[in-house]
Design a protein around this ligand. Structure first.
Ligand SMILES: [Zn+2]
Length: 142
């Protein structure tokens, strides 16, 4: 992905600029991502926190993932868009939604995770690798 990339929430109150290319671009079909996104999957851009500049007020909701790691999701306080999240097992990384990029075509998903949770009618992707659950970190295509 070329940088910088810009994006933001539905109402425009939250805006971000990526100055670092994502370490991982992927799609998660886990149940939590489904409920947060309202779709069968959620897009993920894993970006070093110092490579993101974010403005606008967000509200956070923290919940343990099935791994036991705590995922903290940040939503625009005005429109509720799920802008970004962090994971307690990966300090220093921020997960942004590729759907929020001003240019969504910049997103090239390299992996799918939690395909076991994808409903039969859910979206499918031609990614090089996919995993039924969350793979160990040394299996990630980083
Ligand atoms: Zn908003």
């Amino acid at each position: 992905m070329n940088v910088p990339q810009r994006g933001g929430c539905l109402c425009g109150a939250v805006r971000f600029t990526l100055s670092s290319a994502p370490a991982v671009q992927g799609v998660s079909h886990c149940r939590d991502c489904q409920k947060v996104s309202g779709a069968t999957h959620q897009t993920q851009l894993a970006v070093p926190a110092d490579g993101i500049e974010l403005s606008g007020e967000t509200r956070a909701y923290a919940r343990p993932a099935d791994s036991g790691n705590v995922v903290t999701r940040h939503f625009c306080v005005r429109c509720g868009s799920p802008v970004q999240s962090t994971n307690s097992s990966m300090p220093g990384m921020v997960f942004l939604r590729a759907t929020h990029l001003d240019d969504p075509e910049a997103f090239v998903p390299a992996m799918e995770v939690y395909t076991a949770s994808r409903p039969s009618w859910g979206g499918r992707f031609a990614t090089p690798v996919s995993f039924e659950k969350m793979p160990p970190s040394d299996a990630l295509p980083v």
